[in-house]
Design a protein around this ligand. Structure first.
Ligand SMILES: C[S@@+](CC[C@H](N)C(=O)[O-])C[C@H]1O[C@@H](n2cnc3c(N)ncnc32)[C@H](O)[C@@H]1O
Length: 255
């Protein structure tokens, strides 16, 4: 897909590709509502919108929001692009599919950067500052039987994400994996990763993983949720119901 990728906006990389491939295997189309969090150029949102889904994209970066709007227009897609923090701009809304490629790279800083290109990848010392929030908040934006597709590195705790998603009441499993050589950012931190035991000495590659998590409707609540109909498993896999909060909003909306 040809995209405008100005400096400061995350240009699609291996993690984007893996998530796009996984999205392509999902049963998404007209009538479905899709949310792409951390949208960057909007590439995943555009892929969903092209299949006819009613699509919303969120990013905290003003440059990314402008870029995603532009890219959607270039591709003739209707995407609602909203500026804000993760699920906050869409609090109260529910989506059939949520995609997210968040910042997940371990960094020698306790907090996420407030600005700059690093905001697209740095996520605290264990790389989990955004991942943990997403795992807690995901159920609050998923419709019954809604699916979350989350991509991350093996360096930032795949088991921790699966465990956190299950704690949130979702059924979670690994849906896709891909081994990738370190890019420039990862390579520049290789020594620090080694010192922290995140990679064995000399290893300069990581595994990227897409986690698929499903908000299943429990047997008791099912009748209420579907008015007595049969459960319809979406897409290719499945996995439970849940709470989750991430409220209040800072939005700057446009079409
Ligand atoms: C790794 S990039 C992914 C971009 C795009 N989805 C892709 O796959 O190519 C992460 C994106 O998350 C955005 N971001 C960082 N923190 C955020 C937050 N708290 N809420 C929403 N977006 C955030 C960054 O601005 C960046 O565009």
């Amino acid at each position: 897909m040809r995209l405008i990728t100005p400096p400061g906006v995350y240009a699609p990389q291996g993690d984007t590709e893996l998530l796009l491939d996984t999205l392509a295997r999902e049963d998404v189309g007209p009538g479905d509502k899709v949310l792409d969090m951390c949208t960057g150029t909007g590439v995943l949102a555009i892929a969903a919108a092209r299949r006819g889904a009613e699509t919303t994209a969120v990013d905290i970066s003003g440059a990314a929001v402008t870029t995603a709007r532009l890219n959607a227009r270039v591709h003739g897609c209707r995407v609602r692009v909203v500026r804000g923090d993760l699920t906050r701009p869409v609090a109260g809304e529910r989506f059939d599919l949520v995609t997210v490629n968040p910042p997940y790279v371990p960094a020698d800083a306790p907090d996420v950067p407030a600005r700059g290109p690093e905001r697209a990848w740095d996520a605290g010392r264990d790389g989990r500052l955004l991942l943990d929030r997403i795992c807690r908040a995901a159920p609050s934006v998923l419709a019954p039987e809604g699916v979350l597709l989350l991509v991350q590195s093996s360096l930032s705790g795949v088991d921790a994400s699966i465990e956190a998603l299950r704690k949130s009441g979702l059924r979670a499993r690994v849906a896709a994996r891909s081994d990738q050589p370190f890019g420039p950012v990862m390579a520049s931190r290789a020594g620090w990763f080694e010192a922290r035991g995140l990679v064995p000495p000399g290893v300069r590659h990581e595994e990227l993983v897409v986690i698929r998590a499903v908000r299943e409707v429990s047997a008791e609540r099912f009748g209420e949720a579907t008015r007595g109909g049969e459960p319809a498993e979406r897409g290719t896999g499945a996995d439970g119901p849940a709470p989750g909060t991430d409220t209040a909003a800072q939005t700057e909306e446009a079409a």
